[in-house]
Design a protein around this ligand. Structure first.
Ligand SMILES: NC(=O)c1ccc[n+]([C@@H]2O[C@H](COP(=O)([O-])OP(=O)(O)OC[C@H]3O[C@@H](n4cnc5c(N)ncnc54)[C@H](OP(=O)(O)O)[C@@H]3O)[C@@H](O)[C@H]2O)c1
Ligand SMILES: *[C@@H]1O[C@H](CO)[C@@H](O)[C@H](O)[C@H]1NC(C)=O
Ligand SMILES: *[C@@H]1O[C@H](CO)[C@@H](O)[C@H](O)[C@H]1NC(C)=O
Length: 286
């Protein structure tokens, strides 16, 4: 192929990407929106709550620690939320996911956004043969997402609502030290990817946004990777704004930082090179 023909093709590809990623977000669309955010006591979930608050949404936040939720709720009100309620719940218990959705739907009179963000703590270490931890983590990180979705779908169908799923590059790529966590995130990506197809095929007016994140500077993430890697962590408040915009503009899949998209794109092209890069990104002394 001649050089300028290649150049033209690359330009067209870049143009199409820029077009599909252009910012069509309208802040007004979130004023008064009824939002349920999970894992909102700290980290990205806390930032999601603050950003929705700035846009004037009506918010229900949940996590296990009630005292911390109360403080986050107070700050949300100061930032401009129309309404804020909190409910303490443990997603490791099989009855809590549904209870939380019922609470939100009752108190807000419906639901526009179900934002699934919580994760249970999991060690950053090589797998030690423990199966029970993964069984529990599957309930917290994955099965509770399914349960909440099941409970919220009727309300979301009524409102033409959106399910926002906070996921990770580690749900798309295999890297060391995160076996149980990665297993739950692959499940999340797999299940919600399938549900996207099925809702569209049934012409149900509910959209699903799956946000694929790289390393974010939350306290829990930084504590885990400290000493293992020098990868750059990106700011949680920016990640939160990215996720909210992706949900509000009905993107099926979104990536933050943006080059996570490139990483996923090239994942299977040069497996040998990829695995070399992964192994050299972590410090480990056997
Ligand atoms: N940080 C990163 O580098 C990164 C990268 C990619 C993707 N992500 C994704 O981003 C999301 C948020 O991550 P994060 O770093 O912000 O996490 P985080 O700081 O550890 O926060 C986790 C949240 O979940 C809650 N939680 C923990 N166990 C729970 C349980 N059993 N029941 C109910 N709530 C529970 C915690 O509150 P309580 O302790 O009060 O319950 C907290 O609000 C996750 O889905 C994660 O996979 C993060
Ligand atoms: C679907 O929901 C959106 C709100 O997200 C609404 O604007 C639109 O009118 C709905 N479409 C149908 C066909 O009900
Ligand atoms: C990170 O980078 C610094 C400076 O390049 C280096 O000294 C250190 O060994 C690296 N690894 C960790 C885990 O900090």
């Amino acid at each position: 192929m001649k050089f300028h023909a290649k150049f033209l093709m690359i330009s067209i590809a870049a143009g199409l990407m820029a077009y599909s990623w252009r910012d069509t977000f309208e802040a007004e669309s979130l004023r008064g929106a009824r939002v349920l955010v999970t894992g909102a006591s700290t980290g990205i979930g806390e930032q999601l709550a603050y950003q929705y608050a700035r846009f004037g949404a009506q918010i229900v936040i949940t996590a296990r620690r009630e005292r911390v939720l109360r403080e986050v709720a107070a700050r949300c009100l100061k930032l401009g939320a129309q309404k804020v309620l909190y409910v303490a719940a443990d997603m490791g218990l099989t009855s809590d996911p549904e209870r939380v959705v019922k609470f939100a739907v009752d108190k807000l009179g419906g639901l526009d956004y179900l934002v699934l963000n919580h994760i249970g703590p999991s060690p950053f270490a090589m797998w030690d043969g423990d199966v029970e931890h993964t069984r529990w983590l599957m309930q917290v990180n994955f099965l509770s997402y399914m349960q909440m979705t099941s409970a919220a779908l009727p309300s979301l169908e009524k409102s033409g609502g959106t399910i926002v799923v906070v996921s990770s590059l580690l749900g798309k790529m295999c890297t060391p030290f995160v076996g149980p966590y990665s297993a739950t995130k692959f499940s999340v990506n797999g299940f919600f990817g399938v549900l996207q197809h099925e809702l569209a095929m049934q012409r149900k007016n509910v959209s699903i946004t799956i946000s694929v994140l790289g390393l974010i500077d939350t306290q829990s993430a930084l504590e885990k990777v400290k000493g293992y890697t020098n990868m750059t962590a990106h700011p949680a408040h920016e990640a939160a704004l990215h996720i909210i915009k992706a949900g509000a503009t009905h993107q099926a899949e979104s990536f933050y930082p943006w080059y996570m998209y490139i990483t996923c794109l090239f994942r299977d092209w040069f497996p040998f090179f990829r695995d070399l890069v992964i192994k050299n990104s972590y410090y480990y002394e056997p």
